[in-house]
Design a protein around this ligand. Sequence first.
Ligand SMILES: Cc1cc2nc3c(=O)[nH]c(=O)nc-3n(C[C@H](O)[C@H](O)[C@H](O)COP(=O)(O)OP(=O)(O)OC[C@H]3O[C@@H](n4cnc5c(N)ncnc54)[C@H](O)[C@@H]3O)c2cc1C
Length: 392
Amino acid sequence: MFDCIIIGAGPAGLMAAIKSSQNNKVLLIDKNSKPGKKLLLTGGGRCNLTNLKTNNEFLNEVNYNKKYLYSAINIFGPNEIYNYFETRNVPLKIEEDNKVFPESNQSVDVLNVLLNELKNVPQNYNETVLEIKNAKIKEVVTNKNIYQTKNIIIATGGSSFKYTGSTGDNMKFAHMLKQPTIKLFPAETGVKLIEQTYLAGTSILEVTIYFENKKSTGNLMFTHLGLGGSAIMKLSEFIYKSSNKDIKIDLLPNFSKEELLTIINNYNSEKNITSLLNNYFTKKFSLYLVNKININKRIKSLTKTEKEIIINILKELRFEIKEVNELETAYVTGGGIDLKYINSMTMESTINRGIYFIGEALDTHGPIGGYNITLALSTGYLAGLSINKEDL
Ligand SMILES: Cc1cc2nc3c(=O)[nH]c(=O)nc-3n(C[C@H](O)[C@H](O)[C@H](O)COP(=O)(O)OP(=O)(O)OC[C@H]3O[C@@H](n4cnc5c(N)ncnc54)[C@H](O)[C@@H]3O)c2cc1C
């Protein structure tokens, strides 16, 4: 008989296991052969583990159910996470937009800190949980065994990049437990365009994309079928949910229209407009722009209207989106366990007492930039703490 079984060894489950095992007999189960498979992928292998803002600033960036996260973030938020790793010999660095990475640029260093804290906790890998039975004594049925436990923490993640183990089992278990859920949807992913741009591989360091009343600044990448990069990823969930599919891209957000006119007027007038654009974009993309507006000539022969058209395309390049990429390729899964039935002070289900849901399994997520690992660690910490308190 265990005090607590934690299902899933991602950042949420690992942190929940660390905290809950302080006073309890705990078992951590994961179907992969090793823990933290998705964690190792994060931040391009560098792991952007948090975003060092004040708790309020941090929560302001969270798109869904931010109010619900106050307790978790106030107990173990960005600052606590920062200190947790720094005091365990992982020096961290802060990059643009307050993103925090290990100084080594190695996500494995983050994983190793968590595993180091779990040295004395039994961990079963290569074991898949198939069923959860919620009776007075709860049962966790796996492909290898049946375990009895007082509490269960479900940390099975979302439903994307399935080869990492996150296969949406939170929804399967919720269904078994009659725990209400919110339909899953892709968040933080790219989009497909109606137009075939033939610009795959072209990237722009900083653009601002406008969609309805939202805007997002970041990098932009053209893919075979559409767009990727942080600027579009941050908007993708809103585009997914709206019937409107029109976006507007400011390709040079650091220049006003007036400044661009001055730049054109001051440029070598003997040169072609593409020569000027090549200072900001790849040759391929400059050519794409001038072909799109059909103005490919020397600066000295540009009319006032033509200059306006050039400036307009630089400040308002428009695309119609065909569709948002599928959930499988999304960095984050939207939807999940309905938070209305989860106690935000403990992460325990209000319907299934003794059963906790944490991390990406929940119907809450943040944008890319260290928000989602933070939410996993902080909800995991809170659930683990609650199990510990229960025992005191
Ligand atoms: C490419 C990529 C890059 C990312 N980069 C960042 C970043 O830099 N910063 C950031 O904050 N976020 C990033 N994210 C998001 C972040 O990785 C996730 O939000 C986070 O890993 C969620 O943690 P979790 O513990 O809830 O779930 P997961 O990390 O998905 O872990 C769930 C675990 O549960 C196990 N499991 C599932 N079902 C079962 C079952 N039935 N039985 C046993 N085990 C099971 C899985 O094998 C898995 O190990 C990125 C995501 C992707 C895909």
